[in-house]
Design a protein around this ligand. Structure first.
Ligand code: ZN
Ligand code: ZN
Length: 211
């Protein structure tokens, strides 16, 4: 049997038990050389021991977490109750930090292509003054078991955008044709069907397929 004998650099051994086998160390991308000065066994040992020895700190941490949770909740409540003030605040901030906001937005879009599509759809829906229900693409995909309602094939959300069987949110009646952004008017489709259907309604598209 292969012995795992790679050793850590001097000074990088476990500071509790002196373990030096690299394979036994606690991995961490952030740590120097990719591992902490802590072995796996000690990690397990101390994660139980520390709370037992420091009940005050445990209580204090828990209290702090609860406090910030309370603060977060009341902030959200205030935001929900004062939508005008919130949008005025946002507008002021956007105006004062135009450049920063712009570069942040384009970075965010690149990192979150799905969410960015979802928000764009909501925006369009608001513009054409359709009903806007708040739900995520995933709610629709899960309801439809990820099956494309146009070709009945299974779609896959982990595929890259533009892959034929990539999962895509579809509006049966397009927003541009007066459809709502509602769970009822939304359905799961594959990228292929979505791009073929384009601005047709589902009835028009299915008629086209049948002809
Ligand atoms: Zn150790
Ligand atoms: Zn399809």
């Amino acid at each position: 049997m292969l012995e795992l004998s790679w050793r850590v650099r001097p000074g990088r051994e476990c500071k509790y038990c002196g373990e030096t086998r690299l394979a036994m160390m606690r991995r961490s991308k952030a740590a120097l050389y990719g591992h902490m000065r802590l072995c796996r066994a000690c990690t397990v040992r101390y994660s139980r021991q520390w709370p037992a020895e420091n009940p005050d700190k445990v209580r204090e941490n828990r209290r702090r977490a609860e406090k910030s949770e309370t603060r977060r909740r009341s902030r959200n409540q205030w935001r929900a109750a004062n939508p005008d003030k919130v949008s005025a605040q946002k507008a002021r901030h956007r105006k004062a930090n135009a450049e920063k906001v712009k570069s942040y937005l384009s970075e965010w879009k690149a990192r979150n292509p799905d969410k960015s599509r979802e928000y764009a759809q909501r925006y369009v829906a608001r513009k054409v003054s359709a009903t806007v229900e708040i739900f995520s693409d995933l709610d629709v995909f899960e309801r439809d078991s990820y099956i494309c309602y146009l070709c009945n094939e299974v779609t896959d959300i982990s595929l890259p955008l533009y892959a034929p069987k990539r999962t895509i949110l579809e509006h049966r009646v397009p927003l541009s044709r007066g459809g709502d952004h509602s769970m009822e008017n939304c359905a799961t489709a594959c990228w292929e069907c979505n791009s073929r259907k384009n601005a047709k309604t589902d009835t028009e598209y299915l008629a086209l397929l049948a002809s």
